[in-house]
Design a protein around this ligand. Sequence first.
Ligand code: ADP
Ligand code: MG
Length: 651
Amino acid sequence: MSMSATKKVLVISGLAGLAMLPHLWPNPYYVHLMVVIGIYAILLLGLDFVVGYVGEVSLGHAALFGVGAYTAGVLNFQLGAPFVLTVPAAIAVSAVFGLILALPALRVNGPYLAMVTLAFGTIVQILINEMTFLTNGPMGITMDKPSFFGHRLNSGEYYYIVMALLVLTIVVVHRILKSYLGRAFEALRDSPVASDCMAVSVYRYKVYAFVISAALAGLAGSLFVYSEEYISPDTYSFHLTIQFLLALIMGGRKTRSGPILGAIIIVMLPNVLADIGLFRQIALGLAAFAVVYSAYGLARKRLSPRQVAIPLAFTVGLSVFSHRISDITDYRLTIFGLLILFVVYYLPDGIMGFLRSLVQQVRPQWVRRHEWILDKGDAEHVWAPPDHAVTVKGNLLEARGLVMQFGGLRALDMVDLHVAKGSVHGLIGPNGSGKSTMMNVLTGIYRPTAGEIEFNGKIISACTPSDIAGEGIARTFQNVQLFGELTAIENVLVGLHHTYRSSLLDLMLHTRRSRREEHEARMRAASLLKFVGLAELANEEAKNLPYGKQRLLEIARALALNPSLLLLDEPAAGLTAPDIKELVGMIQKIRGHGITVILIEHHMDVVMGISDTVSVLDFGQKIAEGKPAEVQSDQKVIEAYLGGGAEQQPA
Ligand code: ADP
Ligand code: MG
């Protein structure tokens, strides 16, 4: 059975199971629990954008959930607004709150989002309590299940509403995360600096992710009031926020199944920990699994005795313990805490992550990342010449009086650089002379202490890295900065981010336009991979590529930006001699496409062979400039190299 057929069967049986559940198990208490699971799962699918994808921590999701609940509750209570209005309103209001929180908090790196959302949680609770005229204060609001055309839904019917919205949420979230937006979220987490330099603004897409997340919290909150038929301020406490985070971490990040499993765990665990009989059975099941898994792992030499000792002792101990106690109530919190510690230590990717790794051992093809099958024709496509119209005559780039001060060190000291349009401009100098610093200043990663950079007639020295990339400057990095968990082709697709025009709605509805755009981008990505000789490795994760190939992939990704200026920081480092020869050919072809190149390189034969002009840096100062032959015979240059390390003579 093919993978997609297996998936279809799973999806259809899952949907049928969801539809049948209330009939198979018609206990109203359990139907209510399942509704709560569905609602929490919607929230957790949203929380995963923030925690799993962009790697931030939110301590305010219970409050956003509360904002959604109160928006729906107050509109219904004060104005009698119907379900079809209160739910969209809750989504919108929570999204706006999300935007207001994220805009300032994500501007800087560090734990600001966590702190701001923590404060937000406290404020929301106080406001709900105090604004009695609107929210009925601590008394809370009582309301009914939604009605449609005069018919009030009962709990069983409401179950179907929630499950339908959960399925819809899964589909929409999945589409977003598999699109160029999802790739941007993953990329900025893997390498923020490279994302910015690919014109994918880290700030902007983190805010984007947080707003989507807040909107889903609002949806979940509004569904929750109708489920409980009552809201009061103390439901939306810090305690609930922590539960949400734990649920996501235990279930597993960056999957759709993880949040659902997480929701099941936090809703069912209090029940499991209330019933000693059930707890004993589950503890025994866990212990049995641990024993079998450890034995298998030891026999296959996949696990060492040290690795299995503690998990085995823990699970077997838990099972023994469950039989020694007669009443569980006193131990509930302790057991809960131990389970969390266990998951965090031994299952860092959560339970779903662990199950995936199990499946990977048996059936690797089931868990491979979305694969792109290259048609023969795809890679024949020629990549387009630069988009960014070069309007200046003469020099494409002019840097004047650049100074970069790090504490007491002047890494760049009054450097001027004039890069002629269409040329290959070599930049050489001993280690630590300021070459990479120059690249970082040119691409906006460092703001120069003094001086000015003019690119294509525009002053760019005060712009952000993503804006500079948008102007048409692309780069590679001396210490490779790939998006390690993305495949090779996906790395290039992040470089092609600027070619996408689809709106969020296009992505959610999977419109023709969005599919066409994705297809075209993939064709271009394939041809770029072919250009650097990596077409065969398109579906390999970048972190698994050999070092030399990683450098080539960075060049393909940079070209995807359709730059008019390409900065290469030691592209030949780590390449074998034949690969270096190919690289030289590649750079010549790149120039042939009308792209200007600045080349930092230690292999002197490479720089001297293809550069039109060479500038030499030493201790942050430009000590020579001219045609390769002139520079090579310059006395100051020879001295700089002899002083800095004889192995790098420019001869
Ligand atoms: P090169 O690329 O020519 O080998 P770099 O530009 O990497 O040299 O470094 C130039 C000097 O600036 C070095 O002395 C380095 O230690 C220093 N430097 C570079 N980046 C920083 C930074 N972020 N903070 C402090 N010092 C730095
Ligand atoms: Mg360097």
